[in-house]
Structure formats: structure tokens, C-alpha cells
Unconditional design. Sequence first.
Length: 277
Amino acid sequence: MLWLLLLQVWVSCLWLGHSEVMDSFKNTCDQFFYKETIAKEGLLPDKPAWICQTLNDQRVYATLYDRKERIPVYSAYIYQPGSGKRPKTWTVEPQLIRDDLPRDMETEVALRENHEVSQNDISNSQAVKADYTDLKGLDHGHLNPSSHHDTQDSRWATFTLTNAVPQNSELNNGAWNVYEFKTMLKKTKDCQTTYAIVGAVPGTSYIPNGRVNIPSHIWASACCKTKHNAVIAWGAIAENNNQNEVEDLTLGELEEKLAKLYNRGPVSLFHKDCPRE
């Protein structure tokens, strides 16, 4: 009987060790960063959560989440563009509620029906579907867009509210859409593997219920080794408003802008090999 009890304790420890909301991406979700160099300098919010976004037990991308503002700081992923169906539902992250809940993202309905979780438990831990209902002039803005993935599971994994921010509708459907579809495709034509980090700077306003921050800026960055073994990198940023303009930047220029906007110290998004000029 004693060995059985010890086995149960050991299995429990293994399960807890596999939690997908963790204290760091190191050695768990760092494969989505160039040379496994995790973006953290100058970006950490007061109440961070490191989420290894998981669907069907497969890790798809990494999200640094701001628990206080209920928006992601950034999502980091490998760019593999594709097309396919988009789901009609949005999911949430169970382990932002409790670390003994499933690692896979789930719908709010599934969490309530299949686990001892109330709607208040979900709402207190993160943004929920109701937060984005009946918003005027704002969309669910994907940081990591579904179009940047080439399998059904990886595309569907982007439809979680921990990967979404309230994004100006004109920007989301206009200049930012052009960046996601056309600019990225053009810039990555010679890349072997492209590592992307897309983020949002918290603003001073909130959606009407006061729960979810409306970012002041949306930004994007990428680094890759080309087919000729050169390393290239770039950045882009847009004010989250009706101006509907995206500014193309070097990686260094973007990092300098973000350092001023976040005001949390110098910002470093990628490994030192990624050129800043």
C-alpha cells in the first residue's frame, strides 16, 4: 500500500510539473524564440503570467500575459503561413484559474460544465467572451494571427482570449492586415525559419466595463536566418486608432520606441545576433 501511495504522489508531482502556466519559458516554451533567447527585458508587467499556449496536448506558441490589464504583452511564434477554416468560438486559459486544471485551452462553457469552475472564477482570472460583446469600433485583435499557421490545430490555437487585445477595427482590417498578409510574406521570402514576436502596449483607457485595457500601440518584430545564412530582423508599430498607419522600423528602432512606451527599462526582443540596424 505504501508503494502505491508513493506512486500516486509521484504522478501528482509530474502533472503539476507540466503546468502550461509557469514561472518562465526557459526549458519549457523557449523553442518559439530565436536561439531560445526569451524576450523579457523591459517588458515584464506587475502581474505577469507565462503561458505555453497548448491545444490537443501540443505546444503551439508562447504568450506573456498581463493579469492586471487582462491583455497579452506579446505572443511569440514561428511564422508558417497557411489558410483554412476559422473557428466560431473563443477559448480561455484554464491554468490562469488554477494550476490543477487542464493544460489545453478550453471554452468557458466546457470549463463550467466539466470542472468545478464558476463564471466568476474565469472572469476574475482573465478576459472572457462577454468583455468583447457589443464593442464599437474595436475587434478581437489577434497578436499571433491564425493566417501565420499552416495546420488546423495551430490556427485554432490562436483563437484564445489570452492572444487577443481590443484593436481598432480600421487598423485591424486595414494597415495591420496588410502587414500580416503582405509585408510578412515579402520580408520572409528568403528566410529558413522566421521567429516572430507581436505585442501590445497598455493604454490609458479600458473597454466600457473597465476590465480590459485598450492598448495604445500594437507592434511586431521578427528575426530569421536566410537561405544564404545571413541573419535579418525588422520591426513595425502602429498607434491603435483610426489613423490606420503602420510604421516600418529596424529592430533597434522598435526596441528604443518600446523602451520609452513601456517605461520599464531597456527592451531586448531577440538574441544579440539579430541585427538592430
